[in-house]
Write a protein that binds this ligand. Structure first.
Ligand code: TAP
Length: 517
């Protein structure tokens, strides 16, 4: 019997009364949600040793959804031990690559079956509008698991010609091996999707995982953990530890038995993590960090599309989008017209309960983030940017902010340089026909996550694509990501790729074997 057959037979499929765990029941969206809220270690939900918890707040009405266990250093030690045992001695370590893929496909199928539940939970916990959560937050997560499940049996090395030790001969070959226990640390903007981008690639490569999701939005990561048990993942392969970054995250980063960190979050924390990895245990690290992505709109574009997509480039997921267009550069000739049309469209956006299917703009993820965004607008106006629309918190319960348009932004202003990570369009004008000048201005940022251009002149578009200093470039579109396309930044937006074939390599190490015969 193969290991995967054994694992599946041993697995506690849905409805198996032997898999019991503490959970809360939440009624929402005409559903009864079963929500795990404790740490997930070695295929069991357990409270933090210290008993510490933090409340999970619903950003739409500021209510407490549940108390979530908060991992401390001692919990990290236990989880890493479980992950190490699973990697070195467990069923996972003996399973064939293809069998690992089978488990990942099973998990994706279960996610699909629980899609509405997952999307509802994501919406409640992060403020994402349900229609987007189902398509992007959850839909793309499922695709990601399937995409990387397909990679599990396609990882292989090379044979390499080398100098012979005559009269004998030699042969060298390389093997791509998993690294071991990997620590994954993720942000709150697309909670389950950020987890899936990293975890699926990491497991497809054969590693085991200790994940720390963002403390403010960890519920879908715990639900994923529950589903992984039903799918048949052996104990210790996936461990999920909600907790504070400076406590639980730092303990994962510092742990000597964690051999790789996959991190998505801010540049400041990424730098700190890289420093810790270098100083303490010299572990490998990949960093997906902040951005301030330029979008250049030429007057020879399809204006209807540039308005529609321009709005999406900023307000998608209420601006809590790493590749969000942080600056729009609009050619002088169409500047006023473009702004007029943008404001007309922004006024039509429906703000409200994210579970309401007609709503397109939900609340910001948490209170501290909303406060930061309001200060950001204030600072922009203080430095001379013109507030064309919005800029205020809505007078209702929940962390709602008006979609905002700041215009006439000069290059040296705070809002021209810093990422907002919120629904704030920052617009500057450029001189008619000044391709070189606008490219220079677009690249004058320490970040390099994404960039975009709208023009019907394909020569101009491709030249811009050549010259943008960014890991992702969009031409006459924006936000168009796909599980098969590598994703990651240049400059201070980090290094290492999520998605696509490149992502698997982030979680593999190469071993060279030489034989004499
Ligand atoms: P961060 O504050 O950097 O937090 C990211 C994660 O790191 C959280 O889980 C956080 O824990 C944890 N963390 C904080 N300090 C830590 C430490 N000392 N050691 C280990 N872990 C630590 O970012 P955020 O506010 O969640 O997310 C927003 C940022 O992420 C933006 O800059 C955005 O651009 C970037 N982002 C980038 C991408 C890509 S793909 N490049 C995608 C999404 C977001 P807590 O739970 O305590 O906060």
């Amino acid at each position: 019997m193969s290991f995967v057959t054994a694992a599946i037979l041993k697995s506690r499929g849905e409805g198996d009364a032997t898999f019991q765990f503490n959970h809360v029941k939440i009624k929402a969206n005409k559903m009864d949600l079963i929500v795990p809220h404790e740490l997930f270690i070695n295929n069991e939900f357990v409270p933090a040793r210290s008993g510490a918890t933090t409340p999970a707040l619903c950003p739409a009405d500021e209510s407490v959804l549940c108390e979530v266990s908060s991992a401390q250093k001692e919990d990290v030690d236990i989880a890493v031990r479980a992950a190490k045992e699973a990697f070195e001695n467990g069923d996972w370590s003996r399973m064939s690559h293809r069998d690992r893929g089978t488990l990942m496909f099973r998990l994706a199928d279960l996610m699909e079956q629980h899609k509405e539940e997952l999307a509802t939970l994501e919406s409640l916990d992060s403020g994402a509008v349900y229609t987007l959560a189902i398509k992007t937050h959850i839909g793309m997560s499922i695709e990601t698991w399937r995409y990387f499940a397909g990679w599990t049996d396609k990882v292989h090395g090379n044979t390499i010609p080398l100098n012979q030790a005559r009269p004998n001969r030699n042969l060298s070959f390389t093997k791509k091996e998993p690294i071991g226990v990997c620590g994954l640390i993720t942000p709150w903007n697309y909670p389950l999707m950020m987890v899936s981008w990293k975890m699926a690639a990491c497991l497809a490569a054969g590693n085991t995982v200790v994940l720390k999701p963002a403390e403010v939005s960890s519920l879908t990561a715990l639900k994923l953990a529950e589903l992984s048990v039903h799918a048949g993942f052996p104990p210790g392969v996936i461990n999920v530890l909600p907790g504070a970054g400076r406590v639980c995250g730092q303990a994962i980063v510092d742990h000597p038995d964690v051999r790789k960190i996959g991190f998505t979050g801010s540049t400041a924390v990424g730098q700190q993590i890289m420093q810790s990895c270098a100083t303490n245990t010299l572990k490998r690290v990949s960093l997906e960090l902040g951005g301030k992505s330029p979008l250049v709109i030429f007057s020879d574009c399809d204006l209807d599309k540039a308005v529609r997509v321009g709005l999406q480039s900023v307000y998608f997921n209420k601006g809590e989008n790493c590749i969000s267009a942080g600056r729009l550069f609009v050619e002088e000739e169409i500047y006023d017209q473009y702004l007029r049309r943008v404001v007309d469209e922004v006024k039509k956006m429906k703000i409200g309960d994210p579970l309401d299917r007609s709503v397109s703009h939900g609340p910001q993820n948490h209170r501290a983030h909303l406060d930061k965004l309001l200060c950001y607008v204030e600072q922009g106006v203080k430095e001379g940017a013109r507030l064309l629309y919005g800029g205020k918190r809505l007078d209702r319960k929940g962390y709602f902010m008006e979609p905002t348009v700041l215009v006439d932004v000069e290059d040296n202003m705070f809002v021209a340089e810093e990422e907002s990570f919120g629904p704030i369009m920052v617009v500057s004008k450029f001189i008619n026909g000044d391709v070189e000048g606008v490219t220079k201005r677009a690249n004058a940022t320490r970040y390099g996550l994404a960039a975009g251009v709208f023009t019907k002149d394909i020569n101009k578009a491709l030249r811009m694509a050549d010259n943008f200093q960014a890991g992702t470039v969009f031409i006459n579109t924006y936000n168009k990501t796909d599980v098969a396309v590598p994703f990651g930044g240049f400059k201070m937006s980090g290094f290492g790729k999520d998605l696509g074939a490149d992502a698997i390599n982030e979680y593999l190490q190469t071993k060279a074997v030489t034989i004499e015969y």
